[in-house]
Ligand binder design. Structure first.
Ligand code: SAH
Ligand code: SF4
Length: 340
């Protein structure tokens, strides 16, 4: 093994700090060095957050979106996608069903859909909080500070708002109707309102270099996030980036491992996009620093209509089966489901 990279890994494990150049070198690591990197991240995960794996039930309640992000299968410019909206009662019922399966967190996700007012969503959140013993995570994009505040008052605990990339220019190229600085302001606003905040980037975007990904790692560390959700870019054929090369599983796993070494305490999900690249992708991430899974708990009839990227494997598996498969994966790794 390249002893220089081995030293880098040891230093990063001991100090949680590394330069941009060092991180770019680790992201470019070959197979043997990657194994050492994954092992170091797994050790830090075991020491900093333990053997428990957190589970969140993902409910994708609307696929309408007013934005046109170039990579996303839900973008508004896409005409071939049947669109759906779950009624408030349906969302609450899905959350209740997830809580009955043992979930202590539900994640409500959608496109940026203004048909749901903050008032309506606040009622959904407070009903879930009243009826279920569960934390509520929101992932519904950019909203006014007033709306974030209302949802927080209604009981929402956590908010996931991915920034996609730390490079404002690349962000502009990929998000024709969104502003990088504004999105960062939203992240800060959410934190000041008392949310636990999550963000993250896509790995392997067209035009993204290893140096830019190293910057992303340092940026995500600097943000001091509670949750860091990252995944490979998976081209969707019905989008302008449909012909672009996909991100690789190996690079995404190295990114996850570096994240764990930089942010020992963060919640780092093994995201569904990792599973889209390889049937064992999520399990591999759990062995490279991740300690959270978000199985899909959306009613099965809507699943085909929420393909932000292709290759989602769980189009037929219902919430109970998804939960069981996650539990089996966790038990197979000798770990256990977190109860909090
Ligand atoms: N509209 C909200 C949440 C839903 S989109 C938002 O944008 O914040 C959920 C996530 O799916 C996005 O943050 C994006 O990172 C991811 N995603 C979309 N298209 C993708 C693709 N082609 N490959 C990988 N991830 C993708
Ligand atoms: Fe809409 Fe989110 Fe997809 Fe962008 S990433 S098009 S905001 S659903």
């Amino acid at each position: 093994m390249n002893s220089q990279k081995h030293e880098l890994i040891e230093r990063l494990e001991a100090t949680t700090s590394a330069s941009r150049e060092d991180l770019a070198a680790l992201l470019a690591a070959g197979p043997a060095e990657s194994e050492a990197l994954f092992a170091a991240a797994d050790r830090v995960r075991a020491t900093a957050v333990g053997a428990e794996v957190h589970l969140g039930a993902l409910i994708e309640f609307s696929n309408h979106c007013r934005r046109n992000c170039l990579y996303c299968g839900l973008r508004r410019g896409r005409r071939d996608l049947p669109r759906y909206r779950m009624a408030p009662g349906e969302i609450i019922a899905a959350a209740r069903a997830a809580a009955d399966l043992g979930y202590r967190t539900v994640v409500l996700q959608s496109g940026e859909d203004r048909a749901y007012t903050a008032e309506a969503l606040a009622e959904v959140v407070s009903a879930i909080k009243a009826e279920c013993d569960a934390a509520v995570t929101l992932s519904i994009g950019e909203r006014a500070q007033r709306e974030y505040a209302m949802l927080r008052r209604a009981g929402a605990d956590r908010y996931l708002l991915r920034i996609g990339t730390s490079a404002p220019k690349l962000y502009r190229d990929l998000h024709p109707d969104s502003d990088w600085h504004w999105r960062l302001m939203c992240i800060h606003a959410l934190r000041s309102l008392g949310y636990q905040v999550g963000s993250g980037v896509l790995i392997g975007l067209p035009g993204q270099t290893l140096e830019m990904l190293a910057d992303d790692l340092l940026f995500l560390q600097w943000l001091q996030l509670d949750v860091i959700g990252v995944g490979p870019f998976v081209p969707h054929p019905s989008t302008p980036l449909g012909g672009a090369p996909r991100g690789t599983l190996e690079l995404a796993l190295r990114f996850v491992a570096c994240l764990r070494l930089l942010c020992p305490q963060a919640l780092i999900p093994a995201t569904t996009a990792l599973g889209a690249l390889h049937p064992e992708g999520r399990r591999m991430a759990l062995q490279a620093g991740a300690e959270m899974l978000m199985p899909n708990a959306t009613p099965v009839r809507y699943r085909r209509c929420y393909p932000s990227y292709p290759g989602k494997t769980n189009l037929v598996e219902d919430a109970a089966q998804g939960r069981r498969r996650a539990e089996e994966m966790i038990a197979g790794l000798g770990r256990r489901v977190a109860r909090d």
